[in-house]
Design a protein around this ligand. Structure first.
Ligand code: KG4
Ligand code: ZN
Length: 355
């Protein structure tokens, strides 16, 4: 049984990633180009700018990953590429490049669902059997699902509005955190998490989110707006211009992060009860938490306590596998390959999808 290898390419949002993994879950080579510092300057992701940066970097990133693995394109068994969901123009850059590589090499193309790839990354590093619960919290999404098989997911709930990462990013920008050299080039989430360590999570009144709604859906717009209001109020109170730095920034970060965590934890509690009632996870209860926001160690720590209370084993991939990368795409392609999915279709017939 020879070892198989898959090259994965990711361009759905603001990271250009490529990686090669083998059938045993080893990362043979990887490369990533992040656009975060550019988007921090423009105050958010501008689709056209994202597309241009992907187009400029995708070829180099793929070459770097192959170099890192000391492999040539002909050495891999298949090419996996994200085709949904994401920014249409960005997805297209990755797909076009993958199609070009397939044409020149004759390799099969494996179309990948970005969220499914996030959900299954944990299986690359840990033995996790289906079914398991999964919470994905990133800059574009928030969802709770039951993973039943490599392409079989039951959605329990998702965000009705903003994604949690977006709320983190917005709050960081409104606090002017990127002006501080210590936060330069970092994501809003990381900046807020670091500053929150110096603040008081109970400095301001609790923010109540969807407390009377009995399902597993999320909402982060209320949190985002509450944070914004609190920030403006403090600017007024301090008599500062809104481009200056607030002395209360750490308190606001801690308070915002606490309230966001609280909302996620309440929804998760519902999912645990739902799973119990429908006997979904049997006695090997596992929760996988992934996505950029899941790399937040404060959030991880608190969710770990909640899991303990409900008898769940918590699996969080390491931070670099939680945020967008080529590895998760390559691994998802590998799982499909190992499970005999059919990839004989013409690579040029594959298309992208926004949602
Ligand atoms: O999964 P990801 O890399 O990209 C997608 O959105 O698909 O997630 C990026 C998001 C950003 O909004 C970023 O601010 C957030 O994840 N993030 C964090 C942390 N690290 C990244 N949010 C909270 N705490 C963190 N430590
Ligand atoms: Zn993602």
């Amino acid at each position: 049984n020879r070892k198989r290898t898959v090259l994965g390419i990711e361009t759905s949002c603001d990271d250009t990633g490529a990686a090669i993994v083998d059938s045993e879950g080893h990362i043979l080579g990887e490369a990533l180009h992040s656009q975060t510092s550019t988007h921090n300057l423009t105050g958010g992701i501008v689709p056209n700018v994202a597309k241009e940066l992907h187009a400029k970097n995708v070829e180099m990133v793929v070459e770097q990953a192959l170099d890192d693995a000391q492999m040539r394109l002909q050495d891999v068994d298949a090419l996996a590429v994200t085709v949904k969901p994401g920014l249409i123009m960005s997805l297209r850059v990755g797909l076009r490049h993958a199609q070009k590589l397939c044409q020149s090499s004759g390799l099969p193309l494996i179309p990948i669902h970005h969220m499914e790839a996030h959900a299954l990354t944990a299986r690359m590093i840990d033995k996790i059997e289906f079914p398991f619960l999964v919470l994905l919290a990133s800059g574009g999404h928030c969802l709770l699902a039951v993973a039943k098989g490599i392409d079989d997911f039951e959605l329990l709930g998702s965000s009705l509005d903003t994604a949690p990462g977006e709320a983190f990013d917005k709050t960081a920008r409104e606090l002017n955190l990127f002006q501080l050299p210590r936060f330069e080039g970092l994501s809003g989430g990381v900046a807020v998490e670091r500053l929150a360590r110096e603040g008081n999570p109970h400095a301001y009144p609790r923010i109540h989110v969807m407390t009377s709604v009995a399902n597993c859906n999320f909402s982060f717009t209320g949190l985002k707006i509450s944070a914004r209001r609190q920030i403006l109020r403090e600017y007024q109170r301090q008599g500062l211009a809104t481009h200056e730095l607030l002395p209360q920034a750490a308190d606001i970060c801690a308070w915002f992060q606490f309230n966001l965590l609280y909302h996620i934890a309440r929804r998760l509690q519902r999912a645990f009860i739902f799973a119990e009632m429908h006997e979904i996870c049997g006695d090997k209860k596992t929760l996988v938490v992934s996505g950029g926001v899941a790399s937040n160690s404060y959030i991880r720590g608190k969710l770990s306590g909640l899991c303990e209370t409900y008898g769940y084993r918590l699996v969080c991939p390491p931070a670099k596998l939680c945020t967008d990368n080529g590895i998760m795409i390559a691994w998802n392609g590998m799982e499909k390959l190992l499970n005999g999915r059919d990839f004989s279709q013409d690579p040029d017939g594959v298309d992208v999808q926004a949602r």
